[in-house]
Design a protein. Structure first.
Length: 212
C-alpha cells in the first residue's frame, strides 16, 4: 500500500474523530440538565457549603420551657424511642458500659464522666453537664453539635421526640432531677406613646352665658 492510500486512511480516521467530538460537544450543550432553584428534598444533618467554601452555621433553636413541656411530655413514647439508644448504651441501673457509656441517671451528669469509658477528645473538650438544654441540642444531631464525637447516631429532628426522650431519661434514675419551674409569662409591652400630633385636642370650654 503506497503512501497516498495511508494518507487517505489517516485522514478518514482523524475526520471521524473530529466529527464525533463536535457531535458530543453540541449534544452536551443541548441536553445539559438545568439545576433546580430549590432542591426537591433536604437531607437531614447535611449542611450545604457555599461558594466561598465555609460551611454555614445551623440556625440556633429556641430552647423549650422545660417547666412546661416536661410536665406534658409523653414519657411512654420517650421510653419507646430509647430503644434506639439501647443499641449502644445500657440504660439500666446495672450501669454497664457497652459501645457507648451507660446512661442511667444521665440528666445533669457531668459530660464525659463515666469511669472506665474511653471518650473522644471532642467530648472531653466540650465540658459542662448534660442539662436539659444540652441533651436537646445534642440529640438533634450529635455529630453536628460535637464534631469529632464517636457517637454515630443520626439524631432526632422532631422537637417533640427529643422532649419525650429527655422526659424519659429524667425518670430513668435513682433520684430523678426535679422539673424546673415554668418560666414566667412575658409581660405585655405597653403601647408606644402616641405622637404629639395624634393627641386628641382638649375639649373647648363651653361659652359663658352672658344673659345674666
Amino acid at each position: 500500500m503506497n503512501s497516498f492510500e495511508w494518507n487517505k486512511i489517516i485522514g478518514a480516521v482523524l475526520g471521524t474523530a473530529i466529527f464525533i467530538f463536535v457531535v458530543r460537544l453540541v449534544a452536551e450543550n443541548i441536553y445539559e440538565p438545568e439545576k433546580p432553584a430549590k432542591p426537591g428534598y433536604v437531607v437531614e444533618g447535611v449542611v450545604e457549603t457555599p461558594a466561598g467554601g465555609a460551611a454555614s452555621a445551623p440556625a440556633e433553636e429556641t430552647m423549650p420551657d422545660w417547666g412546661t413541656v416536661l410536665a406534658k411530655a409523653d414519657v411512654g413514647h420517650g421510653k419507646a424511642l430509647s430503644g434506639r439508644c439501647q443499641q449502644c448504651h445500657d440504660l439500666s441501673a446495672a450501669r454497664t458500659n457497652e459501645i457507648g457509656p451507660e446512661l442511667y441517671g444521665v440528666v445533669e451528669r457531668p459530660r464525659a464522666s463515666v469511669a472506665g469509658f474511653s471518650y473522644s477528645a471532642a467530648m472531653k473538650g466540650k465540658g459542662g453537664a448534660w442539662s436539659f438544654d444540652e441533651l436537646f441540642k445534642f440529640l438533634k444531631s450529635p455529630g453536628a453539635y460535637i464534631p469529632g464525637t464517636k457517637m454515630t447516631f443520626a439524631g432526632l429532628s422532631r422537637e417533640a421526640d427529643r422532649i419525650d426522650l429527655i422526659a424519659f431519661l429524667r425518670t430513668n434514675a435513682a433520684s430523678p432531677v426535679a422539673i424546673p419551674a415554668p418560666k414566667p409569662a412575658e409581660a405585655a409591652k405597653p403601647d408606644a406613646a402616641a405622637p404629639a400630633g395624634d393627641k386628641a385636642a382638649p375639649a373647648e370650654a363651653a361659652p359663658k352665658d352672658k344673659s345674666n
